[in-house]
Design a protein around this ligand. Structure first.
Ligand SMILES: Nc1ncnc2c1ncn2[C@@H]1O[C@H](COP(=O)(O)OP(=O)(O)OP(=O)(O)O)[C@@H](O)[C@H]1O
Ligand SMILES: [Mg+2]
Length: 344
């Protein structure tokens, strides 16, 4: 009875702490927060910091702030670059989810990048405990992605998931509720934005910002030749004359800009396939490879990869939400997934 009452008042939370986006799912309610992992911090004359904005609002400010305001992405390249700001961000999001409903100290499952250090894990856990969590569990991203993509992770059967996020691409092979093999490389969405910036600079002498590059990637980026190429106008600063000018960029340009980076992702995937235990290799050939994370939305990436590895590749449904959904499912199944999600 007491247990039942407790269950009634305590909603579990699942948090996907991504380098690009943070999502929070409340059990029974679904995803209630989906915002960029960005914090705008203001410094007073004593150098003391204060949060000015978090999430969407902070992203709007990025690149447009005066000197005393800094727009920080506390998680970069799949690691926690700024502990203090990460903690403030976790607290902010938990409290925001909290306010929607009065929780009785929720249990919280947080998805963290594969391979973060023990110190980082501890920092993440403590921030959630400070924000009022009753218990905190961590789950590694490739496992959460596989669960969220609907793969049969508990079966004695190999499944391969490639999660291309902002900071890292994680390639994981699951079987019997665990990760059999995993490789994480710090090449993902952010790198694609950077190579687009470099390409435009080199070929047009034009300087563009990260957000402009990301928009180009999303609007016209493609891994393969399109029947009808797309184009978009961008504004930036001409490096030679210093004038503000605009140019027309096509999907072919973006494909050329990102091709080496996509190749590196394909090579990492190939190397995982080469290390695959032979017992599981057959399952992968049969089941194919599933793409999750924002990178799965790059036009034609499934075809591009499958042409290289000669195995079917599919993009998961709603790839940006897979990790969060998987983290949510994992907290519901804590009893059976004890060895997947552990409390350290
Ligand atoms: N339609 C799209 N086409 C290409 N890339 C996209 C698209 N939509 C989002 N992205 C990119 O996906 C990335 C964010 O994906 P996601 O939210 O999965 O990352 P994350 O979980 O925050 O990062 P990580 O898993 O590395 O910690 C960004 O680089 C973003 O630019
Ligand atoms: Mg992610």
């Amino acid at each position: 009875m007491i247990k039942k009452l407790f269950g009634l008042f305590s909603s579990d939370l699942a948090i996907d702490l991504g380098t690009a986006n943070t999502l929070v799912l409340v059990k029974g309610e679904g995803i209630v927060i989906n915002e960029p992992s960005i914090v705008a911090v203001q410094y007073d004359h004593m150098g003391k910091e204060r949060i000015l904005a978090v999430g969407h609002e902070a992203k709007e400010m990025a690149g447009k702030t005066p000197a005393h305001i800094r727009s920080i992405r506390p998680m970069k390249d799949g690691v926690i670059a700024d502990f203090h700001v990460t903690e403030m961000m976790i607290r902010y999001f938990i409290e925001k989810a909290h306010k929607r409903k009065r929780f009785f100290s929720p249990r919280v499952m947080i998805c963290v990048p594969y391979g973060i250090t023990q110190v980082e894990r501890k920092a993440v856990k403590e921030s959630a405990l400070n924000a009022g969590a009753r218990a905190v569990y961590l789950i590694e991203e490739p496992m959460a992605a596989a669960i969220g993509a609907g793969l049969a992770v508990k079966e004695p059967q190999g499944n391969l998931v490639v999660d291309i996020g902002g900071g890292t691409t994680e390639i994981g092979v699951t079987s019997m509720g665990g990760l059999v093999l995993c490789k994480s490389i710090r090449i993902a969405g952010d790198r694609l934005d950077q190579v687009i910036i470099d390409y435009i600079k080199k070929n047009y002498n034009l300087l563009i910002g990260e957000r402009v590059a990301e928009n180009l990637k999303i609007k016209i980026g493609t891994a393969v030749t399109l029947n009808e190429e797309l184009s978009s106008t961008v504004y930036g600063r001409d490096q030679v004359e210093g004038n503000l000018i605009s140019i027309e960029v096509t999907s072919e340009h973006i494909r050329m800009a990102i091709s080496d980076t996509l190749r590196e992702i394909a090579e990492a995937l190939k190397s995982v396939l080469e290390e695959m235990p032979p017992e599981l290799a057959g399952d992968i050939v049969e089941n194919g490879v599933v793409l999750t994370g924002g990178g799965a939305l790059i036009r034609g990436l499934d075809k591009y990869l499958s042409d290289i590895i000669k195995i079917p590749v599919y993009a998961a449904e709603e790839p940006l939400l897979c990790v969060t959904k998987g983290t949510g499912k994992a907290i519901e199944q804590l009893d059976i997934l004890q060895h997947v999600a552990y409390e350290d």
